[in-house]
Write a protein of this length. Structure first.
Length: 467
């Protein structure tokens, strides 16, 4: 049940939620019911849906039990209940209730790759021993007993500073054990430096939840855009390293899509399956976007949001039918912060103890940092950039006019804050693909969850119409 709703209401006091989404499944005679504000999801027969739809038209004819179930799931809400305000409150109240530290740590901003669309510069800066002491002291001073510490290892290429990473990891492990705090860590890496020694290290670490590695297509496509800083290919090395992981930890396989590779991704899907990676590699799709000036002129190679959303559906559908389990789940509304940027305990820390609030800023120089962590853990604020930090503290994802009438607002809350800020407030924020493909994504989830029962070869095609 939504927070703030009365616990007992009669039918004549109820109306259908504005966040309901009803679509036909790929299976004949099955209707999928979903609510973007509650996350409730159900597959019902067409005849059952007819009965339910009648309740929406005439709720006072329903039994108390039927009403209670629909209210609990959020499909029916009290007349006059402000659902949009409830979504807003869930964000701000959830954000205020967050505890612990959510840190993105870049032990280096240097990288051994020179990807054509990268949003970062890569100056040769690594954590010094003083930086390691500074970050350890910062965590010791700011992590409350019992509060969680979540770390994302980032870069540059974090494995290019493996010594610094492991030394800091050991210090953070010690601090969290002393505080009785949960410590989870994840790493974003290009995958080229994942040697057996390093794979074994991460596989042995408590709280290590996996890695994200990017492959952008079959070898000729990938090597034409994700090459080393020496201009050499990287596909074969990355693929060999992924195979060497052998399921010891999960791998999120990011595939960045644009016009140059979108039609070649089926070849990559076939290779992932042929190489035996399907059991522990979960592919998902990223949208090549010019986040910063460093991306260069991507111009006509970029897909529109609508084009990306359509390609995502087409390729996920293909994966499921080939028996591959892609990395996506039922979209759920989330109370609280959207990313490290608006998280109360969020920070992006780069060499020199520089502190930022967004990944897109990680490799910027000290003059652009809003603060710097000293060796004793004290934070010295850059007064020139304090207003930027204040932007994140005060961030309000509900300022864009079009978002206020969008049915997927509870899921995205305006999308990426970095990108949403660039857009005029009288239009939309940074729209998630779900704005354009939610019905098909619901069908795909139902399809995927049916594979275990009927196998991937007997799945029906996706319908095009919505209810």
């Amino acid at each position: 049940m939504h927070d703030g709703q009365p616990t007992a209401v009669t039918g004549d006091q109820l109306v259908a939620s504005q966040f309901n989404c009803f679509v036909p499944s790929a299976f004949d005679g099955i209707i999928l019911m979903y609510n973007t504000a509650s996350g409730a999801f159900a597959a019902v027969s067409a005849s059952e849906f007819e009965d339910i739809a009648a309740l929406f038209d005439n709720p006072d004819s329903a039994s108390p039990d039927d009403l209670a179930g629909l209210v609990e799931a959020g499909f029916l809400v009290p007349a006059g209940y402000d659902e949009r305000e409830a979504v807003r409150q869930s964000y701000f109240e959830g954000r205020a209730a967050e505890t612990g530290l959510n840190l993105t740590i870049a032990p280096t901003v240097s990288c051994n790759f020179a990807c054509s669309y990268c949003f970062e510069e890569h100056p040769k800066r690594h954590f010094s021993d003083a930086d390691l002491r500074a970050v350890s002291a910062y965590v010791r001073d700011n992590l409350e007993a019992g509060a969680p510490l979540n770390v994302t290892w980032f870069g540059g290429e974090p494995l290019a500073a493996f010594r610094q990473l492991t030394e800091l990891d050991a210090a953070l492990q010690e601090i969290t054990e002393e505080r009785g705090s949960a410590y989870t860590q994840f790493m974003i890496t290009n995958g080229s430096l994942l040697t057996e020694k390093r794979i074994s290290y991460f596989a042995s670490r408590p709280g290590f939840t996996g890695v994200q590695v990017t492959i952008d297509g079959p070898a000729d496509i990938h090597d034409g855009r994700r090459f080393t800083s020496a201009g050499k290919p990287s596909f074969d090395k990355i693929l060999a390293n992924l195979k060497a992981i052998e399921g010891r930890f999960p791998v999120s396989l990011r595939i960045n899509l644009d016009r140059e590779n979108v039609n070649r991704i089926p070849e990559l899907i076939d290779q992932v399956i042929a190489e035996g990676l399907a059991g522990y590699v979960s592919p998902y799709f990223g949208h090549v976007v010019d986040y910063t000036d460093e991306c260069g002129d991507l111009g006509e190679t970029m897909l529109s949001r609508e084009e990306f959303a359509a390609a995502e559906v087409r390729l996920l559908n293909l994966m499921i039918r080939k028996g591959l389990r892609p990395g996506f789940e039922l979209p759920r509304p989330h109370a609280g912060s959207l990313c490290v940027g608006d998280a109360p305990g969020g920070a992006v820390i780069s060499p020199g103890g520089l502190v930022f609030r967004c990944w897109n800023e990680t490799a910027l120089p000290e003059s652009e940092a809003y603060a710097r962590i000293g060796e004793n853990g004290a934070v010295a604020v850059n007064s020139v950039k304090e207003s930027r930090n204040q932007f994140w503290k005060d961030y309000d994802p509900f300022t864009h006019a079009e978002c206020r009438t969008c049915a997927v607002q509870p899921l995205c809350k305006g999308g990426c804050p970095w990108e949403a800020e660039k857009r005029p407030v009288d239009g939309p924020g940074h729209c998630t693909p779900l704005r354009y493909n939610l019905p098909d994504m619901l069908r795909l989830i139902h399809l995927r969850d049916s594979v275990d029962e009927i196998g991937s070869t007997d799945l029906p095609p996706l319908p095009r119409q919505t209810v």
